[in-house]
Ligand binder design. Structure first.
Ligand SMILES: [Zn+2]
Length: 150
């Protein structure tokens, strides 16, 4: 759901009223972690098992950027927001690499979704789930409200 991460970044940027470059960093951070989907499809592996989907990775770099008072902080914060919002549909390794504990709200089985013969079929099956449709409509609604809010 990369487009939902884009909208979530947009909502947060609208709420925070930052300048254009900081908004861009935040929104890029919200979207870019899912570029590992390509590697996941090639390796037929759940992309959320890669370090790019570990909350601790993004939190660590956000704290380092904050210590050095770097604007790149907003990028890493966006990445952290991304992996935390991923908790909605299927498991995220919350404490990886220190623990294999996984958590999800809806607890979809990624193996079921990713085991399809093609990415197109996987995506279609994912979006046929009513919970996904409701969640995405809710985020879209919040995105529209945030436009008028700012
Ligand atoms: Zn993700």
């Amino acid at each position: 759901m990369p487009h939902i991460h884009l909208i979530i970044g947009f909502i947060i940027a609208n709420i925070l009223h930052m300048n254009f470059s900081l908004n861009l960093l935040l929104i890029l951070g919200c979207v870019l972690p899912d570029t590992d989907i390509i590697l996941g499809f090639l390796q037929k592996k759940n992309h959320r098992t890669y370090f790019s989907h570990y909350p601790i990775t993004w939190l660590f770099f956000a704290i380092i950027a904050l210590i050095f008072r770097s604007d790149i902080y907003w990028f890493f914060l966006g990445g952290f927001i991304h992996v935390i919002s991923d908790i909605f549909d299927w498991n995220v390794l919350i404490f990886a690499p220190f623990s294999a504990y996984r958590f999800s709200l809806l607890n979809f089985d990624p193996e079921e979704i990713l085991s399809e013969s093609s990415p197109k079929t996987s995506i279609r099956n994912y979006y046929q789930k009513p919970q996904v449709q409701i969640f995405e409509l809710l985020i879209l609604l919040l995105g529209a409200i945030s436009i008028f809010w700012s």
